[in-house]
Design a binder for this molecule. Structure first.
Ligand SMILES: CC(C)(COP(=O)(O)OP(=O)(O)OC[C@H]1O[C@@H](n2cnc3c(N)ncnc32)[C@H](O)[C@@H]1OP(=O)(O)O)[C@@H](O)C(=O)NCCC(=O)NCCS
Length: 218
């Protein structure tokens, strides 16, 4: 199976992150996992199974035993007790991260197609400060940067959810660029909490896709 390392500088014996084309991840879901997706449309079943197949491969690479990855009523994945992780799919790709629970408290991963964030969506997805920033950068970077900021918010949501079980809206947090590879996130109101502290790592996978990863260590 073609599995590409993602942000390899973050990974090691406690954490594995990778992406793969959806077509390389065809396989059947574990019978228990299948129960969670049996009623869905075929394309949804395919991406669901692909994410789980990739997560299984990553767990295997960490030396963790195979175990079903069920889906909760709120649609969040229920990771086995010895691990945590995160999944993401877009039109053609799938990304996953798996970490040992003793070392990794929570992970968020998101993969997006560049250009998916149309200008008309900016007022919904971004704060005024974020929009000012997009208006200040080189026009040829805007599609990548808006996609990365959107992805960062999705990644943050997935990373904070296991700790808070809380919904966070797009205007509730603000993303800012720290340097070429990192973004920072902060609440737009209310107290800053420990899950706002970690950096969000950015990766340009290929000419058409980007990914972000947020990691909370124990
Ligand atoms: C959960 C959510 C982030 C998924 O993002 P998406 O771009 O639609 O889809 P992705 O393919 O990237 O991610 C889907 C995966 O996220 C995971 N996921 C779903 N709900 C989750 C949650 N509450 N916490 C953590 N992970 C979750 C699942 O593994 C899912 O894949 P699966 O159903 O095949 O198992 C999005 O649907 C959502 O509900 N967002 C809430 C609001 C939000 O995004 N706020 C951002 C501002 S912080």
């Amino acid at each position: 199976m073609t599995m590409h390392p993602l942000l390899a500088e973050l990974t090691g014996s406690d954490l594995a992150i990778a992406w793969a084309p959806l077509e390389a991840l065809s396989g059947t879901a574990h019978p228990e996992e299948w129960e969670d997706i049996a009623a869905a449309a075929p394309a949804r079943q395919q991406e669901f199974a692909a994410g789980r197949l990739l997560a299984r491969k990553l767990a295997e690479a960490l030396g963790l035993p195979p175990a079903p990855l069920r889906r909760a009523k709120d649609r969040a994945p229920i990771w086995p007790a010895d691990r945590t992780g995160s999944l993401s799919h877009c039109d053609t790709l799938c990304a996953a991260a798996v970490g040992r629970r003793g070392a990794i408290q929570s992970i968020g991963v998101d993969v997006e197609t560049i250009g998916r964030v149309e200008h008309k969506l900016w007022p919904t997805l971004f704060t005024e400060k974020e929009v000012d920033y997009f208006n200040s950068i080189a026009p040829e970077r805007v599609a990548v940067e808006t996609t990365l900021f959107f992805s960062a918010k999705e990644t943050f949501y997935k990373c904070q959810y296991p700790l808070t079980q809380e919904w966070v809206g797009f205007q509730d947090v603000e993303v800012a660029r720290t340097n070429e590879r990192l973004l920072a996130i902060a609440p737009t109101s209310g107290a800053r909490r420990s899950w706002h502290e970690a950096a969000i790592h950015t990766a340009e996978i290929n000419g058409s896709h980007v990914a972000t990863v947020m990691l909370l260590t124990t």
